[in-house]
Design a protein around this ligand. Structure first.
Ligand SMILES: Nc1ncnc2c1ncn2[C@@H]1O[C@H](COP(=O)(O)OP(=O)(O)OP(=O)(O)O)[C@@H](O)[C@H]1O
Length: 293
């Protein structure tokens, strides 16, 4: 029996002439929280659908907790929150959560679920009267009703404002802290940066980058040092320690560096002055773009 929570081995999926997933090799260990990033059409949703047994791979092997996706779904060992997961209309939040619990062999207690998803105050509200954020919290409760070891979230916070998003991630982190595996697809880089142990970037349904947020930012030379040239030449800036890229816009220079301290020290050693110096935080979005370009 495999140790992996999730394993894709050379998985492909084609729809007619469209190759949505082109040989995906990816394993997730138990207890990991992994962000799946990629441009529109990169194959994130298709991969997630195969993981949940909603689509059959055209070729390759896929397993969840050592068994097939369908087996894991039936046993409540994998739960999911999908982008357009419909909610049964005309019933209350509490009734729908109770109903979901009855489907699974070892569900979480209904009260616990309502508390985990912050639904207690709206338990008697009808599901078709919920705000976008409340509906997402309900989808989250339904996703964890079977107490799954693997939780899959496809752009879970797309309909949420900043505050709801923050509260939602606190809840997810609490759930993941019990040794569960969480895989989430997102377009929000800061969400991946703040919440994932590991970031996997896919393009054409294949992994192009896989590492911790820090590793990915470092690999792309993710920090920037900016200053005003003030009449001085930019010759030699590309030779400063750590510098990977030199960009000059008007009178401003931006250096992308893997070693901010060494770069700044060398700058001061080689110039009389470094006006308007700014050190930019590592930017995951830039890093991912640089690595997928
Ligand atoms: N049922 C389908 N029939 C035909 N083509 C499909 C089907 N589902 C997906 N595709 C195509 O497969 C590719 C991958 O789509 P997918 O939805 O998996 O990407 P994604 O990374 O989830 O994109 P997004 O970020 O926009 O949600 C796209 O080119 C898409 O048009």
């Amino acid at each position: 029996m495999t140790q992996h929570a999730v394993s894709f081995q050379c998985v492909t999926k084609t729809f007619g002439s469209v190759r949505a997933v082109g040989g995906l090799d990816l394993t997730l260990d138990r207890g990991e929280t992994v962000a799946l990033l990629g441009a529109n059409g990169a194959g994130k949703s298709t991969s997630i659908s195969m993981l949940l047994g909603l689509l059959e791979p055209t070729a390759g092997q896929l397993s969840v907790l050592g068994g097939s996706p369908n087996q894991a779904v039936a046993e409540g060992r994998i739960g999911a929150m999908l982008q357009d997961g419909g909610l049964m209309p005309g019933v209350t939040v509490g009734a729908l959560v109770s109903l979901a619990c009855r489907i699974y062999p070892s569900p979480r207690p209904v009260k616990q679920l309502l508390a985990d998803a912050d639904l207690i105050s709206i338990a008697s509200r009808r599901t078709d009267r919920l705000s976008g954020g409340q509906a997402q919290r309900l989808r989250f409760a339904l996703a964890i009703a079977g107490n799954p070891q693997v939780l899959v979230l496809d752009e879970p916070t797309a309909a949420m404002d900043v505050e709801s998003r923050r509260a939602f991630w606190t809840t997810i982190r609490g759930y993941a802290a019990g040794g569960r595996t969480v895989l989430f697809a997102t377009h929000y880089m800061e969400e991946a940066d703040e919440n994932a142990d590991r970031i996997v970037v896919i393009a054409g349904g294949r992994v192009v980058t896989d590492g911790t947020p820090t590793e990915i930012k470092a690999a792309a030379g993710g920090r920037s040092v900016r200053f005003t040239l003030g009449g001085e030449s930019c010759a030699g800036l590309d030779l400063l320690p750590g510098v990977r890229v030199v960009e000059v816009h008007g009178g401003t220079v931006a250096l992308r560096t893997t070693d901010v301290e060494a770069t700044v020290r060398a700058l001061f050693a080689t110039r009389d002055q470094v006006p308007d110096l700014e050190v930019g935080g590592a930017d995951l979005e830039d890093a991912v773009l640089a690595l997928t370009r």
